[in-house]
Write a protein that binds this ligand. Structure first.
Ligand SMILES: NC(=O)C1=CN([C@@H]2O[C@H](COP(=O)(O)OP(=O)(O)OC[C@H]3O[C@@H](n4cnc5c(N)ncnc54)[C@H](O)[C@@H]3O)[C@@H](O)[C@H]2O)C=CC1
Ligand SMILES: CC(=O)C(=O)O
Ligand SMILES: [Mg+2]
Length: 372
């Protein structure tokens, strides 16, 4: 198979779909890899590194899309990338379609086979291709929040840890999955006063055992959420209903009633965000203020630590890329129900229930489309 790796074009996005070591694996399996010039330069990989791994370098994204049977990316395709997709071409990347109707419509129109990293599942009930970036974003969320609390950003001027004789910041984490638990680990390590809200009792038990009282774990009712959010210096939004738009758990009224200069980091913004006042921001301009609350809503947080993130992502995606290349998408999807869960759009049909529901579009069973 011919596999194409274009350069990412989202604001300050330096991750790349495949590092040279991943390219070498694909080439060893007998595949051809074409990489856009300078695709990995932002994280220190030159064209020469890719050539040494067995790739061919192409001068433009246009050529990569035209030549490749499978496109491997990191972020969702932007409008000009979507226009380059063709019938039956395989796209393997993050998509986050539930909050993004224009992208969904374009992918449907393209006729391409679009597998989203974030809805691929595993036997343990996890999301193995989302998890590594959730680990990164969770850990980063506390440093982003710490900066947002500084006076120069509009924050209330609170140091997360405090110093002897002062209170530490009260950090509230909504959602105790991969993002939330990683955020809590860093916040606890920085000696914040940490509360994690979730509505899965099993998750609360696991977090309670891990933190042994150094973080409070609270069942997430509307009442508990309101109480903790209104007392918080920093709130991290880390909920997920896989494939679906994030529920708006913190309302505009809550934001009005929060402490002046408090901060929110809405990590769930890639699924539309769990604060009513959230709108996606970029690394170039990460924060804005609503009712004296500093909002950080960057949808590609791991792009800021692109080298760490690219290795972590490639470690998780490589076995799936190899499977798709060796077997072709049809057989690979039919053989693996967890990879099949990643199929969001195929041949003009929406094959992910949550995405179809979010946009009021018809859902088509992917197995029927694959002729199973
Ligand atoms: N902005 C960015 O750059 C990045 C964003 N993300 C996003 O972060 C979000 C969280 O991802 P993960 O932690 O991997 O998901 P996860 O599935 O591991 O955890 C989500 C948690 O939310 C909980 N939850 C669901 N509804 C809830 C409610 N009403 N109240 C309290 N808890 C609730 C679930 O029980 C679960 O424990 C996703 O939207 C993901 O796409 C992930 C990586 C990077
Ligand atoms: C998960 C995601 O949206 C990211 O890593 O950018
Ligand atoms: Mg206020």
């Amino acid at each position: 198979m011919i596999i194409g790796v274009p350069k990412e074009i989202k604001n300050h996005e330096y991750r790349v779909g495949m590092v040279p070591a991943s390219v070498r694996e694909l080439v060893n399996h007998g595949h051809q890899v074409v990489v856009e010039t300078n695709a990995g330069l932002g994280i220190g990989f030159t064209d020469e590194d890719y050539v040494a791994a067995g790739a061919a370098i192409l001068a433009s994204a246009e050529e990569v899309f035209a030549k490749a049977e499978m496109i491997v990316k990191v972020k969702e395709p932007l409008a000009n990338e979507r226009a380059r997709l063709r019938q039956d071409q395989l796209l393997f990347t993050y998509l986050h379609l539930a909050p993004d109707l224009p992208q969904t419509e374009d992918l449907v129109k393209s006729g391409a086979v679009c597998i989203a990293y974030e809805t691929v599942t595993d036997d343990r009930g996890g999301l193995p291709l989302l998890a590594p970036m959730s680990e990164v974003a969770g850990r980063m969320s506390i440093q982003a929040g710490a900066q947002a609390l500084e006076k120069s950003r509009g924050g209330r001027g609170v140091l997360i840890s405090g110093v002897p004789g002062t209170d530490p910041a009260k950090v509230v984490v909504i959602g105790g999955g991969v993002v939330g638990s990683n955020a809590a680990r860093i916040a606890v390590g920085m000696r914040a006063d940490v509360t994690i809200l979730d509505r899965s009792i099993d998750t609360l038990r696991r977090l309670d055992a891990e933190f042994g009282g150094r973080a409070k774990v609270v069942y997430s009712t509307a009442d508990a959420l309101e109480r903790h959010v209104l007392e918080a210096d920093l709130v991290i939004g880390a909920v997920l209903i896989p494939g679906a738009a994030a529920p708006k758990l913190v309302t505009a009224d809550h934001i009005k009633r929060m402490k002046q200069g408090a901060a929110i980091v809405d990590v769930a913004i890639d699924q539309g965000g769990c604060f009513e006042t959230s709108k996606a921001t970029t690394h170039a301009e990460p924060t804005y203020i609503v009712d004296d609350v500093v909002h950080y809503c960057v949808a590609n947080m791991p792009g800021a630590v692109a080298r760490t993130s690219t290795f972590a992502l490639n470690n998780a995606t490589l076995p799936y890329i190899i499977k798709l290349a060796n077997k072709g998408y049809k057989q690979a999807l039919l053989d693996d129900k967890h990879l099949l869960a990643g199929l969001n759009v195929m041949h003009g049909k929406v094959t992910c229930k949550e995405v179809a529901e979010a946009h009021n579009l018809a859902y088509v069973d992917p197995k029927a489309l694959l002729g199973a």
